[in-house]
Design a protein. Structure first.
Ligand code: SAH
Length: 351
């Protein structure tokens, strides 16, 4: 049993089973043993690879979409923000792609929300001498126009999971079986927050809620409505949570989420409807990653880059293009949500 497992077993023995959300929070962000607190998990030698790590095209296209929105909105002074920037690759690509946009870098302050000290150091290294402000909490996002990106951020936020039982719900909790961590369920009880889901969830059906996500989306929505800006949120998930999507990933494969707490990435699919509802009265546009990148011009950009490549580099460039956009790869499992002012048309990339 690893050190975090021992700590969690001792805690459960004293105070009883913990919610999945508490378990995820400890596994991902425990200051000494947490998955993100202690490592850089990205890339082909890590546990998983994300869109900005797959190809520079992802950040370039997002950068140009944001720059277009910034120009359309009259080139305001404000914030260029990212939530959960990982290695800092996406922000670096956005900044490189927008170098030629007159006034863009001067007008916007780069603000990164990152909880892991290890990854903050990595972001500092990636971004070189770019001026960066790190924040811990979404409330620290300046009261100003905000142009924000978040890729695979919301899936890392802790979820609670409920199984419908009659008119009530049984919550998935983490307890002890023979001294080892294991999932169990509470007795059924009514849940005010899930009252509306009694209509569409059949008996035995599973609903997941992400308590931390709505306040974050709400703050982004408030900033956009009050000051202008745009948020582009990419992640895997769907328009409404249904079913068990809690999963552990280690070395690019599914793993047992309770075997080695802190050593596997724990995630759940993102409920984009919940984000859009929380962000109101900001407007929301929703589509697949493949279609959005297609409308932003990924095919033309891919061809332009391909013209300069050959051999293995060309082959892996083509594979990266496919991986980001093909419906059988990330193209349709991954979704894109844009939050924008309802008084303006949807941003580039969305219908
Ligand atoms: N966006 C990056 C990394 C995705 S992994 C990419 O696409 O490659 C999730 C990121 O969110 C990591 O940087 C992790 O440390 C950060 N993170 C997770 N929970 C967080 C929280 N509550 N507050 C701030 N950052 C968080």
């Amino acid at each position: 049993m690893n050190a975090l497992a021992s700590l969690l077993c001792a805690r459960i023995a004293q105070t009883g089973p913990m919610t999945l959300a508490d378990y995820m929070a400890e596994c991902l962000m425990h200051p000494e043993h947490g998955y993100y607190s202690t490592r850089d998990p990205f890339g082909s030698f890590g546990d998983f690879t994300t869109a900005p790590e797959i190809s520079q095209m992802f950040g370039e296209l997002l950068g140009l979409a944001i720059a277009q929105a910034w120009i359309d909105q009259g080139r305001p002074r404000g914030t260029l923000a990212e939530l959960g920037p990982g290695r800092g690759t996406l922000m670096a690509d956005i900044l490189r792609a927008t170098k030629g946009v007159a006034g863009f870098h001067e007008a916007l302050e780069v603000v990164l929300m990152e909880a892991s000290p290890t990854l903050r150091a990595r972001q500092r290294a990636t971004l070189g001498d770019v001026r960066v402000t790190w924040i811990d909490h979404i409330d620290q996002l300046p009261e100003a126009p905000v142009f924000l990106v978040a890729n695979e951020f919301f899936d890392a936020l802790p979820i609670r999971q409920f199984h419908r039982d009659g008119a009530g719900w049984r919550e998935t909790v983490v307890g002890l079986v023979n001294g080892h961590l294991a999932a169990g369920k509470t007795a059924p009880a009514p849940m005010a927050a899930l009252e509306h889901r009694l209509k569409d969830v059949p008996p035995g059906g599973i609903v997941e809620i992400c308590p931390a996500a709505a306040p974050i989306a709400a703050t982004i929505g408030r900033r956009i409505v009050a000051h202008g800006g745009l948020a582009l949120i990419f992640d895997y998930g769907g328009w409404r949570s249904l079913g068990d999507t809690f999963q552990a990933i280690s070395s690019h494969a599914f793993a047992d989420p309770f075997a080695e707490p802190g050593n596997a990435d724990l995630t759940a699919h993102v409920d984009f409807e919940a984000l859009a509802l929380a962000a109101r009265p900001a407007a929301a546009a929703f589509d697949t990653q493949g279609r959005v990148l297609g409308r932003l011009g990924i095919d033309a950009r891919a061809e332009a880059l391909a013209a300069r490549l050959q051999g293995h580099a060309l082959h892996s460039h083509r594979a990266a293009h496919r991986r980001l956009t093909d419906p059988s790869e990330m193209g349709s499992l991954f979704k894109a949500l844009a939050l924008y002012r309802a008084t303006t048309p949807p941003p580039a990339g969305f219908d």
